[in-house]
Design a protein around this ligand. Structure first.
Ligand code: KG4
Ligand code: ZN
Length: 345
């Protein structure tokens, strides 16, 4: 079969977005639908797992139907069904996995199990036809923060990961402490505009000299302590300065380690992805630094930074090409990590 004729349905239910997409040739998005649950979780300041599972269950079949309709396809036109099987909330993942297994069994379609973190990386392949391997990627989201070297499709070397909180998780926790709402990233990003990023000297954790790991829990505690101290003495909290100062502390570490990783692996291309890649200051700081150091930086358009199913279908496309199929005993793996996979690295 011609590679362009491969049509993959992607299903994504790992957290609080139900998403279904149909992608042809790994890059052409025929449909990409997202039903966001943010309004249901908003008042709790974070995702409530049981609510997430119930909403996925209500939405997923309707989205499958609608995604096919928009793509002008029937189930029998698909080449395979790709689904996120981890990491994420177990009850939420199980809805997507069960749906994909049912479609695969009923229609005789190959089933493809996609690691959500790998899916985020493929948002860049969706958007950039000229993106070539090898590359170094920073995948930074609400649940994960990884620096990865990708030599070829399916070959990953994990260069660094967070030892505690993910970067997006810290944005969300600080927004919650400030009663800003959920998700916190876009709110803090918006507030930081016009704020003074040097106003409050929050710590930057660079860890050991040669380490490409991250640690954001010290920064999180420093910001939460600052907020508590100000509240206790009825002091004023300048939300703009606080947001800009906190965000700057995260970004400086992310940018520095990404550039170091690219230097270590001697690549030309850097890819940025995941929900936090939607952050305007991160995009511009990493762009500036990358071009000053001679690297080409790629990042997806905003709608493909946060969770979506087109990226899962695109990752599925490359797994389809190497016949990396799952069996009917596929299960959700909530704690799935991105591991180094290679014969020769
Ligand atoms: O990729 P994603 O949709 O879900 C996970 O896989 O975790 O990422 C969601 C995370 C949330 O923590 C959210 O606050 C953060 O990405 N985020 C941002 C921005 N937009 C979303 N963080 C900083 N700045 C943003 N503009
Ligand atoms: Zn995600």
């Amino acid at each position: 079969m011609n590679e362009k004729e491969i049509v993959i349905m992607g299903i994504e239910t790992s957290c609080d977005d139900t998403a279904v997409a149909v992608v042809s040739g790994g890059q052409e998005i025929l449909s990409s639908l997202i039903s966001s649950q943010a309004d249901f979780h908003q008042k709790f300041g974070g995702v409530v797992p049981e609510i997430a599972s119930r909403r996925h269950l209500e939405a997923v079949n309707l989205l499958v139907e609608e995604a096919l309709r928009e793509a002008g396809m029937k189930l029998s036109d698909l080449s395979a069904v790709a689904v996120t099987y981890g990491p994420g909330l177990v009850g939420a993942l199980l809805i997507g996995v069960s749906t994909a297994k049912a479609l695969s069994y009923a229609c005789g379609l190959p089933l493809i199990a996609v690691n959500h973190i790998e899916g985020h990386l493929y948002a860049n392949f969706l958007a950039h036809r000229d993106l070539e391997l090898p590359l170094t990627a920073l995948i930074v989201s609400g649940g994960h923060t990884n620096l990865v070297y990708i030599e070829e499709h399916g070959c990953f070397e994990v260069l660094g990961r967070t030892r505690d909180d993910a970067a997006g998780e810290v944005f969300d926790k600080i927004a919650r402490a400030l009663d800003l709402g959920y998700p916190g990233g876009p709110l803090i990003d918006g507030l930081s505009v016009g704020g003074d990023s040097q106003a409050i000297p929050f710590p930057r954790a660079f860890l050991e000299e040669d380490s490409l790991d991250f640690s954001f829990s010290g920064l999180k505690s420093a910001v939460l302590n600052y907020i508590n101290r100000q509240k206790q003495k009825n002091g004023e909290i300048d939300l703009k300065n606080l947001s800009a100062s906190f965000q700057q502390a995260v970004i400086e570490v992310l940018v520095e380690k990404t550039i170091r990783a690219a230097g270590k692996k001697q690549v030309k291309n850097i890819a940025l992805s995941g929900g936090v890649a939607a952050n305007r200051s991160l995009r511009s700081s990493l762009s500036r630094r990358a071009s000053a150091e001679g690297y080409k930086l790629y990042y997806p358009p905003l709608e493909f930074c946060t969770d979506n199913a087109a990226m899962i279908a695109s990752a599925g496309h490359y797994q389809y090409l190497r016949k990396d199929f799952a069996d009917m005993d596929l299960n959700a793996v909530p704690g799935l990590q991105l591991s180094t996979i290679s014969d020769n690295m």
